[in-house]
Design a protein around this ligand. Structure first.
Ligand code: RP5
Length: 185
């Protein structure tokens, strides 16, 4: 089986072609989720990326319902200029892991809370990757989505001093907002 040197994925017809993104700024972070129902969680990632002025795209990519879309997204992600992927999914939650199998980009997984098992199912599914295909796994729910975006920004900030400064300011503002003592109401 041959592999694409840039994406780390298996090569297939169509790999290596840039997608038409006319009119859109080149996204550096891909925020993907398995279902529309994940959006309430994953919007927390998008809000953080927007506040940090990190260019991003948002897509629904279901490992089970749209497997070809997942395959193509992982195969093309690096070639299209993405630098990191924040992937949220619930339940069986195969999306982050399968993306990690198709790209060498850092994949950050966000376990979405579920009605049946509270998101422990999502967490265990995402975190238990086999050796060789890491997924940086965040906390369950919106806090994990926000942290996923912050981690993606931290990765990008390694060679982007302006973003590093915005990230430091974001964190300082968070610290400044913590009261010294609790209050009622
Ligand atoms: C997963 O199944 C999705 O990531 C979502 O969290 C979960 C349920 O999806 P829906 O049935 O709400 O579309 O693939």
């Amino acid at each position: 089986m041959s592999r694409d040197a840039r994406t780390g994925g298996e090569t297939s017809p169509g790999d290596g072609r840039r997608r038409d993104t006319a009119g859109e700024p080149a996204a550096l972070v891909g925020v993907v989720m398995g279902s529309q129902s994940d959006w309430e969680t994953m919007r927390a990632a998008v809000e953080v990326l927007a506040s940090l002025e990190v260019s991003h795209e948002v897509r629904i990519v279901s490992a089970h319902r749209t497997p070809d879309r997942l395959w193509n997204y992982g195969a093309d992600a690096a070639v299209r200029g993405l630098r990191a992927i924040v992937a949220g999914a619930g339940g069986a939650a195969h999306l982050p892991g399968m993306l990690a199998s198709k790209t060498l980009l850092p994949v950050i997984g966000v376990p979405v809370r579920t009605a049946a098992l509270g998101g422990l199912d999502s967490l265990y599914s995402i975190v238990q990757m086999p050796r060789g295909f890491p997924v940086a796994t965040m906390a369950i729910g919106p806090a994990g989505a926000a942290n996923g975006a912050l981690l993606a920004a931290a990765i990008l900030a390694l060679d982007d001093p302006a973003l590093a400064a915005r990230l430091a300011a974001w964190r300082a503002a968070l610290s400044d907002g913590v009261a010294l003592a609790p209050h009622d109401g």
